[in-house]
Every structure is written in structure tokens, then in C-alpha cells.
Design a protein around this ligand. Structure first.
Ligand SMILES: Cc1cc2nc3c(=O)[nH]c(=O)nc-3n(C[C@H](O)[C@H](O)[C@H](O)COP(=O)(O)O)c2cc1C
Length: 149
């Protein structure tokens, strides 16, 4: 969703997972960006109406799960419905690492982040995360918006 011009902008597509108390959720995000080398910081821009928004805010952490062109089913599932209405997590398998947040077993790489700051950005909030753990499991390429119709 965007203007004709905005739709020409290219981004990777990622699964963002989060956890607050006993609530865990995953959502798809394309507005994910590197921000700083030292410290290693990444940003995610999350719509204020998303179920994930408050889980990320209150939990203070998120995981960027890397997806390839073989993971379009993951994008359909986590980007096409809300955790408000359905337990999206039950359909896939998860593993845990340093933060204890769910990591998609199929993800070819992941970054675990602790939120150090947030910025109001209109109808979205930009969460700035310090990468506290990352792993390249398999050397694949990240799916980009142009490849996902
Ligand atoms: C390709 C794609 C990219 C998306 N990028 C974002 C994004 O960057 N930020 C965002 O807030 N929502 C984005 N969404 C929408 C959310 O993934 C979608 O609203 C999801 O259902 C939210 O789930 P939740 O309510 O369980 O958190 C994207 C969806 C798709 C399919």
C-alpha cells in the first residue's frame, strides 16, 4: 500500500517476532533498516494499530528473522492476518537463543535486538534496536519487495 512513487521503493522483507509476558507474536515488515555500525543498531517502523506494536514496546526486544524467496508462505501468513484474531505462532516451528524470543526455525539468519530508543513517526513508531546476537545459519539472499506480489 502506497503511492505510485512509494511503490517503486525497494526493501527487504522480514519477519519481526516479539514477546511480552506470555504473549508472543510475529508480523511481516519491509521497513527495516541499518542505522549504525558501532554500536550495531537497526530500526523497524511498526504501525501503531498492529498487535505487535505494544508487544514490541512493552517487551523491549525484537528479532529480525531473515526470509528468502522460498518463504512466501511465511509472508502470506504473518503479513495477512493479525495476532489479535488468531494465534499465528502455532503454525510454524521456533527456536530460542540469547533473548529467549521466538526465532523462526526456517529463517536463514536472524538478529536479536534490545530496544534502546523509539521515535514517533506519524502512524508508525520507529523502534531502534541494539543487536545483541546475530547468526547466519545458511548463506541465502533476502527476499525483496519486488519479488513478492
Ligand atoms: C510485504 C509486507 C510488508 C509489510 N511491512 C510492514 C512494515 O514495515 N511495518 C508495519 O507496521 N506493517 C507492515 N506490514 C503489515 C503487517 O505485517 C500486517 O499488518 C500484520 O498483519 C500485522 O500483524 P499483527 O497485527 O499480528 O502485529 C507488511 C506486510 C507485508 C505483506
Amino acid at each position: 500500500m502506497g503511492t505510485e512513487v512509494e511503490n517503486k521503493m525497494i526493501s527487504g522483507i522480514y519477519l519481526i517476532t516479539s514477546k511480552h509476558n506470555d504473549k508472543e507474536n510475529g508480523m511481516i515488515a519491509a521497513w527495516v533498516f541499518r542505522l549504525s555500525i558501532k554500536p550495531q543498531l537497526v530500526g523497524i517502523s511498526i504501525g501503531k494499530t498492529r498487535y505487535s506494536h505494544d508487544i514490541i514496546k512493552k517487551g523491549g526486544k525484537f528479532v529480525v528473522n531473515f526470509l528468502s524467496s522460498q518463504d512466501k508462505d511465511v509472508i502470506d501468513w504473518f503479513g495477512g492476518r493479525s495476532g489479535k484474531d488468531v494465534d499465528k505462532m502455532a503454525k510454524y516451528e521456533w527456536l530460542r537463543d540469547k533473548t529467549g524470543l521466538p526465532i523462526l526455525k526456517r529463517a536463514f539468519a536472524y538478529m536479536e535486538c534490545e530496544i534502546i530508543d523509539e521515535k514517533d513517526a506519524g502512524d508508525h513508531t520507529i523502534f531502534i534496536g541494539k543487536v545483541v546476537n546475530e547468526k547466519l545459519v545458511e548463506n541465502k539472499e533476502t527476499i525483496i519487495t519486488r519479488e513478492y506480489k
